[in-house]
Ligand binder design. Structure first.
Ligand code: HEC
Ligand code: HEC
Length: 436
């Protein structure tokens, strides 16, 4: 009795960790933070969901959790006995909580509300039943998800038009302009800064002094929410804050959940014309109606608990070549000067200027850090190999996906930093990257 009292007074780390993980997982997968008020109440997206066939849903990159479905349904899918052209099937899947990140509210089997969760963009499935249908993998980015095309189907884009119009360069835009921007994103991308600065396109993508693209979409690749512990700054353009900072921002400003978000840096009307005008750094709701703040601690804990995916020697990489690449990584190729083993980022203030990286500063300048975060390399083989994604969406590295393969990345570093790597050394370095 005495011991029990002592343990509840001081708490118990293992029990606390378990409870936090369970709670955070539930929030990550299923919590909409009340964002139906925006997606349904304002954009009316439930109307487009009602006419969404399973075939279209899968093509848009939405993923289906096979473990949420009864065995009879799985069997029917495997034997081609499910009508992929019937929107009613999509609604049944949503009703069974089987569509990752999509939460439906039903009244007598009629869909009345749709909301979205973190799992929409930051999870996928293992394709064990069919492409796009399998067991959930929390934290791996959904590289197939065409977020922009999904939002573009919403009947009422007026709230987005009004918001973006607050940026001087976007004054007078129409719903069609917004649809064009959304449709420019493509699979596996989202523009988290658009609603703050209204900058939809990078006028000049520059790599090593050469213009490699003009009017490139400002959307960035969806990053993994795995392997984040031990890292100080997050997101492609670091300098926003920690994981929990970003979680609060996303829940309130991106998902449009009902919660509180504070950041005085958003009052800078030059960098953040929309956020400053709409006072997005001062969103405050009453504690009793706040559906975000109370969930941040467990959500943070859960994300930090998700490890990077582990490559398998001989399957995902060639161990002998990787061992040679290891020497190069911290030797001749000098990668370790930024991607410090074994965090693969700097312990400390882990970001670099665009000049240092010899690339354009478009995305860097959209964040308070005006820089690029030294991103984690653990688990990068998943993208290189195209695991758990449509073959056409594999690869794509750096924030805007300017490099198609890891060899393209290495070739570029070789040119940007005059590394003088031979073809053999480049190959070994790629195998090493795939072994992390
Ligand atoms: C619509 C897609 C989408 C949804 C939904 C979404 N995110 Fe993200 N997330 C992104 C994108 C894109 C980035 C990269 C943003 C950037 O760098 O500008 C990102 C970045 C992150 C990062 C930083 C990862 C790193 O690089 O270190 C974390 C953590 C994160 N999101 C957590 C969440 C949480 C928690 C939720 C739910 C509250 C959520 N996200 C919902 C698209 C999404
Ligand atoms: C000056 C610091 C610095 C050095 C040196 C450096 N990197 Fe990077 N690396 C970065 C930053 C910053 C990013 C993120 C760029 C972005 O946001 O687009 C990055 C991104 C990457 C990526 C893409 C990650 C992804 O998720 O798309 C790979 C792969 C990579 N680096 C490998 C290497 C290799 C291999 C070397 C050595 C040849 C190297 N880096 C040297 C800072 C550095």
């Amino acid at each position: 009795m005495k011991n029990d009292r002592k343990s509840s007074f001081l708490g118990n780390a293992e029990e606390n960790a378990k409870a936090m993980i369970d709670q955070g997982r539930h929030t990550f997968r299923f919590d909409t933070y009340g964002d139906e008020a925006f997606w349904t109440g304002q954009l009316q997206i439930q109307q487009s969901v009602k006419s969404l066939t399973p075939r279209t849903a899968l093509a848009l990159g939405l993923k289906v959790d096979a473990e949420a479905l009864p065995p009879s349904v799985i069997e029917a899918i495997q034997h081609g006995r499910v009508n992929l052209d019937d929107p009613a099937v999509t609604l049944q899947l949503i009703q069974q909580n089987a569509v990752l990140g999509v939460v439906g509210t039903f009244n007598n089997n009629t869909l009345t509300k749709v909301g979205f969760t973190c799992a929409l963009c930051h999870s996928t499935v293992d394709d064990s039943v069919a492409p796009g249908i399998g067991a959930r993998i929390d934290g791996l980015a959904n590289r197939d998800l065409n977020v922009g095309a999904i939002i573009a189907t919403a009947p009422n884009l007026t709230p987005i038009v009004s918001l973006l119009s607050l940026a001087p360069q976007d004054a007078g835009i129409t719903a069609q302009d917004v649809r064009n921007v959304l449709n420019s994103w493509g699979p596996g991308k989202f523009d988290a800064e658009l609603g703050l600065d209204g900058k939809a396109f990078n006028p000049q993508q520059i790599t090593n002094g050469v213009v490699t693209g003009t009017n490139v979409s400002g959307a960035t690749l969806l990053p993994n929410a795995r392997g984040l512990s031990g890292h100080n700054l997050h997101t492609w353009s670091g300098g926003w804050g920690t994981v929990t900072y970003w979680n609060a921002l996303v829940a309130v400003l991106e998902l449009h959940g009902i919660g509180t978000f504070f950041d005085e840096r958003f009052d800078d009307a030059t960098q953040f014309p929309i956020a400053a005008a709409a006072k997005l750094g001062h969103v405050s709701v009453d504690p009793d109606s706040d559906q975000v703040t109370g969930k941040l601690a467990a959500l943070h804990f859960y994300q930090l608990s998700l490890p990077a995916v582990q490559p398998r020697p001989g399957i995902d990489f060639d161990p002998a070549a990787a061992a040679r690449g290891d020497e190069l990584f911290s030797g001749k190729a000098n990668c370790n000067s930024c991607h410090h083993e074994p965090l693969w980022t700097e312990p400390g203030w882990n970001q670099h200027t665009a000049d240092e990286l010899k690339i354009d500063s478009f995305e860097a300048d959209r964040s308070p850090g005006h820089a690029y975060q030294t991103v984690n390399l653990a688990g990068i083989f998943v993208r290189e190999r195209g695991l758990f994604m449509f073959p056409q969406n594999k690869g794509r590295f750096y924030h805007d996906g300017r490099f198609q393969t890891l060899l393209d990345v290495v070739n570029s570093y070789d040119a940007r930093f005059n590394l003088g790597l031979t073809d053999e050394e480049k190959h070994d370095l790629v195998e090493y990257l795939k072994s992390l």
